[in-house]
Design a binder for this molecule. Sequence first.
Ligand code: PLP
Length: 376
Amino acid sequence: MPNAKAHSWAEIRLTDIAYNIAQLRRCIGDDTLFMAVVKADGYGHGAYRVAQTAIDAGARWLGVAIAEEGAELRDKGIDAPILVLGGIMPYEAEEVVASGLCQTVFSLDVAKALSDASVKQGKSADVHIKVDTGMGRVGVRPGLELEQLIEGLVGLPGINITGMFTHFAESDACDKSFTKYQMSLFVQAINQAKAMNVGPLILHAANSAAVIDYTDAHFNMVRGGISIYGYYPSNEINNPQKIDLKPALSWKARVVYVKDVPAGTPISYGRTFTTQRSSKIATISAGYADGYRRQLSNKGCVLIRGNRAPVIGRVCMDQFMVDVTDIPGVVTGDEVVLIGRQGNETITADELAELCDTISYEILTSIGPRVPRIYV
Ligand SMILES: *Cc1c(COP(=O)(O)O)cnc(C)c1O
């Protein structure tokens, strides 16, 4: 029994992550590189173990959000190319260069800091230019902004421009008209870079949604995130015929107490639930501090003994209650599934996300550090 001492734990099947990457790689050409995005501790699955698994499954690159995440992977011995997808402050340049990370750039002051750090450390810094084609987050616009950035970068010692990329705002929708518009701007940026004689560049645009559903955007690298963990980017791209994915994470807890109560018994803070019948109530060893969202109060379900048990009353910081009146034999110590399968029943991060008015990404990345990750 994995880590039976933990109040709540997540089991991650690395073989499923390898399987998902193989499925995603079947969508792309043989010459297209695969970047596994392992930011936010591998979407809650553990960045280091996911990174190792991804590389073994044929991912050539890793993507992280912030420099610290990349440095941590380096410290643990990962030597694959790592792209920091987000921007950094100039004071982070030393660490980026020391860790041999490839840095996303869209401003010259950061590029200058990277250049200074590489000269100082006797190294060089690889950078990928970020082009904003419609996400409106970070990046330079094609045209004058891109031209000025490239001109500046070319003149900086120790800087190698090795890639250029953009990010889609809406590639997970059925209607790809905005994605097409973003593509046209990205192609404009590519032509501009060519005309300025930079390159050859690794060009990339596709997130999971575009890997699965927009082949034209694959260029010479794609960036797979959510789908390597086994989730479709959205309901609009939920197409098991096109690609079969296996959610790799199960999240479990235990029954820590079972009690019989009469009708009319209030349960949890605010007394938002009162038993309507004589009931059997189980207390579960996880709460919103572990990432089991408070929005699941009186809405969510867990699996106990292969049955769905509804959450009753408010989810507390470290515990919550479920109604097990209709499930025979529940006892203290029973394993409870918050996400995953038990018997014939399954609860996915998508199901919890829908109840919380969010997306699977947020449910998965909210599973807290108090929940040990166990690799099975
Ligand atoms: C997070 C991220 C991705 C991965 O997106 P998914 O939808 O999870 O596949 C790709 N590119 C960038 C720039 C990102 O920030």
